[in-house]
Design a protein around this ligand. Sequence first.
Ligand code: NAX
Length: 327
Amino acid sequence: MTSPIRVAVTGAAGQICYNLLFRIASGEMFGKDQPVILQLLEIPVEAVQNALKGVAMELDDSAFPLLQDIICTGDEQVAFKDANWCLLVGSKPRGPGMERADLLKDNGKIFIGQGRAIDAVAADDCRVAVVGNPCNTNCMIGASQCKRIGPERWTAMTRLDQNRAVSQLAQKAGVPITAVENLIIYGNHSPTMFPDFANARINGAPVSDVISDHQWLRETFIPTVGKRGAAIIEARGKSSAASAANGLVDHVRDLMTPSPVPHSICVPSTGAYGFSEGVWASVPVITTAPGTYEVVQGVELDDFAKEKIALTNAELVSERDTVKDML
Ligand code: NAX
């Protein structure tokens, strides 16, 4: 039997993880032949640790053949010990009246601690995916604390945004999801992100040939994708959880599966596509070996795309400026 991989997950008693953990344990993230050990981290508060135990009991009660062990802890050093993947979902939510700068700094402290713990105790082949918001900047802060686990191993999630964009295009064109290809998100996981419809294809044809309403593409599609999270909160009274968990399953699975098909992830910028060096920006990547990617080079971007990317880059740079003392 294949030896198990250790998957550390933070925020494990939260609503995204209530969807996510069961899908990891069932083999959807790492494959149906890959046993897993879940190492679950939550804040060391009795009520939250109790809630985490309840989640572990439900995982037990699902009798997943691939799930070899569950560790529940409030200690980062225990959670990240020998972890092959660290899925950083937990973060501090924005409270009433809280400024964005305070949110960035409060979360920065969490990601400094977690970055250091990962560097100290995780497995040599460890990969990290950050979901907790503001995920691009949290990822940059976590990576900045590491010497052993390099920045190329730290990614943040825009796959939910990619999936949202694909779904909007498919519905508008009246085609199945599978007809939409090469839709890539550029920039920050925030309403400034840019879903690049111009290079996407529907049944092999350029999107703007299939969807003749170009005003819809520029003025409705982009904000619909960018503000989808707020629309879900408005409708459901809670933020997106199942679709976020699904996005992370897709993010990690596609990073572990070599393929020439591009997908969107946030990686450290080397200056490509107009992003400032060193910010974590979403760009097209292909997976070249399990856990290893290359940024797709040479995608042609028109002036409209360049303008949008400049805006989302400015936001990433301003987030970095806010936390510069932490890097
Ligand atoms: P919840 O509030 O339900 O759960 C978060 C959990 O994290 C809580 O149980 C909390 O105790 C825990 N936590 C806080 N600090 C921690 C720490 N230092 N160590 C370990 N655990 C800690 O939020 P949920 O809906 O699960 O969302 C989690 C995060 O995902 C949020 O930051 C949210 O903004 C972010 N999202 C990111 C998305 C993306 O596409 N990148 C989309 C969905 C989601 O909005």
